[in-house]
Design a protein around this ligand. Structure first.
Ligand code: DAT
Length: 174
């Protein structure tokens, strides 16, 4: 039996923009596998030291890439991470950068108990479109797409668009 080729999708953007919510729902609708890099690193202890300023472990990027290499080669993976230049460019068929208005993001991150410098730095990261620029440097421009993620309606529209894109990709590549 021949198994259909399926695309790998990167969901990226500042913490709080909605990657996890979108990614899990997308996995349900498409049958693709959702992978949260933060969770993967925690489960496998894929760390290299501790960041005292942000009070969090530092990701061991090489270990993360090694851990995922085989699965990415098979295809059909949705990757969720607030960074994008640590992954090999060849992994992804499309990259979505979720974007949220700063006031909205501030409220969401406060709700997640972010305070002080961590809260400010993350909101600034969104204002300066840091992750979008990182994505534009790391991937071909034509596969990088920004998606507004302010309201539940945005979320629905994004889901519909990505589901459609995925179905079309599978048709075109099999
Ligand atoms: P991320 O994985 O990017 O850190 P999340 O999926 O955990 O973000 O979402 C953070 C919070 O924002 C969560 O309470 C759900 C909410 N949220 C996400 N996307 C949204 C949207 N488009 N409209 C309204 N709320 C949203």
């Amino acid at each position: 039996m021949k198994i259909n080729m399926r695309p790998n999708i990167l969901l990226t953007g500042t913490p709080g923009v909605g990657k996890t919510t979108l990614g899990k729902e997308l996995a349900q609708r498409t049958g693709l596998t959702y992978v949260n890099i933060g969770d993967l690193a925690q489960e496998g202890q894929l760390y290299d030291g501790y960041d005292e300023e942000y009070q969090c472990p530092i990701l061991d990027e090489d270990k993360v890439v090694d851990e995922l290499e085989d699965q990415m080669g098979e295809g059909g993976v949705i990757v969720d991470y607030h960074g994008c230049d640590l992954f090999p460019e060849r992994w992804f068929h499309i990259v979505f950068v979720l974007r949220t208005d700063s006031s909205q993001l501030y409220t969401r991150l406060e709700g997640r108990n972010y305070t002080g410098k961590k809260l400010q730095d993350n909101v600034q990261c969104e204002i300066f479109q840091t992750i979008y620029e990182e994505a534009m440097e790391a991937y071909k421009h034509e596969i990088v797409h920004q998606l507004p993620s302010n309201t539940p309606e945005d979320m629905e529209q994004n889901l519909d668009q990505i589901v459609q894109w995925t179905e079309q990709w599978i048709k075109d590549n099999n």
